[in-house]
Write a protein that binds this ligand. Sequence first.
Ligand SMILES: [Cu+2]
Length: 158
Amino acid sequence: MVMKNLKIMSKNSLKMLSMLLLFTSAVAFSQTAKVIEMKGTDQMRFSVETIQASPGQKITVKLSNDSKFPAVAMAHNFVLLKQSADSKAVNLASSKQRDNDYIAPEMKDQIIAHTGLAAGGQTVEVTFNAPKKPGKYTYICTFPGHFQSGMIGTLIVK
Ligand SMILES: [Cu+2]
């Protein structure tokens, strides 16, 4: 009888433990994102050029554009690159892809996350998990000419 009760108890505690684990992972999954709000400027710069994140941290980047220029002249995006990426190559290929919002499909394996294009008056956003590996990660705008003008920033994971 004692044994039987013990067995039932351990079954129940296992159940509770697994429920607790489920709950904990659900909380981790729904972790609120760190929100980074930035502007793409007419001077072809990100208003935020450095983002700090802890490894794996959930980040939302909101990129707004308040330019008065038409979209064909001044739009922006946020493209976060893998450390192994060749930023010049990704930019060169992507900046020719007007029909794909300036993201080259063949370069997607070099990209961690990216927004769509923000024309004047628009805000675009993307949510992603920061890489787990500490280090520096480059983000760029692939609208033609902007990377060359210095529309570049750094995500620092530590
Ligand atoms: Cu831009």
